[in-house]
Design a protein around this ligand. Structure first.
Ligand code: SF4
Length: 305
């Protein structure tokens, strides 16, 4: 089996390093402000929603600082991808979104944008706007958080959207075929079992999805899950269990899916558990996943993000 990491996909396509630049454009989330629900997803760090935590820097300022930094660090850099990462990056009127996306795409070095959002926050007019960018820029991605295909778990983690909304968002997005879609899954959510991870992989495989990010559940401070974990209500996976599940999920995912991420971590000062989700352990987790693939007699080495 052979899997393509997002980095290697970009490197092959653009013949050099493409650097992702994370942007906080000052969005909030409809799952926090009462529009969809209140309180947010139970794994989401509430402190991050304090208005004081929102960036005061403009999109241009963040992009220019990052371009300067990465150009000094990597001499062979070929371009940049602006990643609208923080919160729900389609949660604003279309003219406001256009203004923010335009600001990122006006730089020649920016080859595209990646927009992280919820599947219930992408009306057709927003998709139409995003599709206009595909005419001039080659990498226009939307990243949809699904997290799990188990509707009961979605309710329990206060996700405030269902599986059907995810399917609807993907199908409506692909009516604009040049927009690429990345789906996010979390492995280890309370209530989910092995069959749910496989079901999630099968759902992704059944839809026109170009890329995937898989994270292990990790508990961070100032979340509902922090309290649940401390009350003994949540059992976390071991690194070995996680790696094996990920390897099993890939038996069902399309061979050409682009792997944006296979693990996730939080800064040590924010992380409650498990300790293997700290940045220092990332390479160890990826090695464990490689070993899990080898144990399944993968015929080719997994290329890891
Ligand atoms: S995880 Fe995403 S959808 Fe959930 S509360 Fe946080 S920003 Fe909103």
């Amino acid at each position: 089996m052979y899997y393509t990491s997002f980095n290697s996909y970009l490197k092959n396509r653009y013949k050099g390093r493409i650097q992702k630049i994370s942007i906080d454009a000052g969005f909030t989330c409809p799952n926090r402000d009462g529009t969809k629900a209140s309180g947010g997803c139970t794994f989401c760090n509430n402190v991050a929603f304090s208005p004081y935590a929102m960036t005061k820097k403009t999109v241009q300022n963040q992009i220019e600082k990052s371009i300067e930094f990465y150009k000094k660090r990597y001499k062979s850099i070929k371009g940049f991808l602006a990643y609208f990462q923080a919160y729900t990056n389609t949660y604003a009127p279309v003219d406001k979104l256009k203004d923010l996306y335009d600001k990122a795409l006006e730089y020649e070095e920016i080859i595209g944008i990646s927009i992280g959002t919820r599947p219930d926050t992408v009306p057709d007019e927003v998709l139409d706007l995003i599709a206009t960018y595909t005419v001039e820029k080659p990498e226009i991605w939307i990243e949809y958080g699904l997290q799990t295909a188990n509707p009961k778990t979605l309710r329990n983690i206060n996700r405030a959207h269902g599986v059907a909304e995810f399917i609807d968002a993907v199908l409506r997005t692909k009516k604009r075929p040049h927009i690429k879609i990345c789906a996010h899954l979390i492995v280890g959510l309370p209530g989910d079992e092995y069959e749910d991870y496989i079901e999630s992989a099968k759902l992704i495989a059944s839809l026109p999805i170009d890329g995937i990010k898989i994270h292990p559940l990790h508990i961070v401070k100032h979340t509902v899950m922090e309290k649940q974990y401390k009350n003994g209500e949540i059992n976390l996976l071991s690194m070995e269990e996680y790696a094996k599940i990920v390897a099993d999920m890939f038996e069902y995912l399309p061979k050409d899916i682009i792997v944006h991420r296979l693990t996730g971590e939080a800064p040590e000062e924010e992380l409650i558990a498990p300790s293997w989700c700290s940045p220092k352990k990332k390479q160890g987790v990826l090695k464990q996943i490689q070993d899990a693939f080898k144990a399944k007699r993968a015929t080719q080495k997994l290329v890891i993000v």
